[in-house]
Ligand binder design. Structure first.
Ligand code: HEC
Length: 240
């Protein structure tokens, strides 16, 4: 009986050491046999990781599955607790018009027959210009404009960007002729695009677009700023 127990112990010990040794590998970068893979890599899905190919191992089930998926429509990004900022994160309430189906066709199922562009005229820019924030907003607006808009609209906002000058593109307006547009309509056009201009909603945040609305106003009236609206100034100029 004693002998039997001893040989069982020996068998158990050698089985254990075989398992332990088999877990090691010659490759010093390899984690060896993984008893608890969760401890080696985060089970959370991270963007831009090809889970089908990890550490020279191929997993055909997850090969070529996208990990950097676009969030579902209406998803609200969360990056702060300031209530004004949170309002800016909520989805844009205006829907694209049915006529956008052909030109900016990604919004199937969300289209409306209402003339939202006209309704958007009532929307007010939630970023109020003050003496404190105006400079920062115009600076940010300039940076956004230079990288997203100037190639068509031109650095001076006169519709003479390099794309237009090269002859590749036409129909870009001079902002100076668009003082009749309301802030809400400018926002709508930047968000969904208009005719030859593509939609910028997917690549800019609402805050960035409202910042650009302020910057577009600056082209229309160099004095535009805290307490000076484009319209008011135009009226004043006419009265003088
Ligand atoms: C590919 C060229 C192109 C780019 C890039 C572009 N636009 Fe435009 N934009 C146009 C054209 C063309 C129109 C004229 C649309 C029309 O009225 O038919 C226009 C019109 C506008 C209007 C007038 C909208 C209205 O309601 O009449 C505004 C404001 C405007 N763009 C702002 C911007 C801003 C801000 C950006 C950068 C985020 C931008 N655009 C990027 C080509 C472009």
């Amino acid at each position: 009986m004693k002998m039997k127990l001893k040989s069982m112990k020996i068998v158990a010990l050698s089985a254990l050491s075989i398992i332990v040794l088999a877990g090691c590998g010659a490759d010093k970068d390899s984690p060896g046999l993984e008893y608890m893979p969760d401890m080696y890599r985060s089970p959370a899905i991270e963007p831009y990781v090809d889970y089908g190919h990890m550490k020279e191992r191929e997993n055909m089930d997850s090969k070529n599955h996208l990990s950097a998926l676009v969030p579902p429509v209406g998803t609200i990004p969360y990056y702060g607790t300031d209530s004004a900022e949170v309002m800016l994160m909520l989805p844009y309430k205006r829907l694209p018009n049915v006529s956008f189906k052909e030109t900016h066709g990604v919004y199937d199922g969300m289209l409306t027959a209402e003339n939202e562009y006209e309704l958007a005229a009532a929307d007010v820019n939630p970023l109020t210009l003050t003496a404190d924030n105006a400079d920062a907003i115009f600076k940010e607006g300039k940076a956004l404009f230079t990288s997203n808009c100037a190639h068509c609209h031109g650095e001076k906002g006169n519709g003479e960007g390099p794309m237009v000058k090269s002859g590749a593109y036409t129909g870009v307006p001079d902002y100076a002729n668009l003082t009749n547009l309301s802030d809400g309509q400018i926002f709508y056009s930047i968000y969904y695009g208009k005719n030859m201009m593509g939609a910028h909603g997917p690549i800019l945040t609402k805050k960035e677009i409202w910042t650009l609305v302020h910057y577009v106003r600056k082209f229309q009236n160099p004095n535009y700023g805290p307490g000076v609206s484009v319209m008011a100034d135009t009226v004043n100029a006419q009265m003088q």
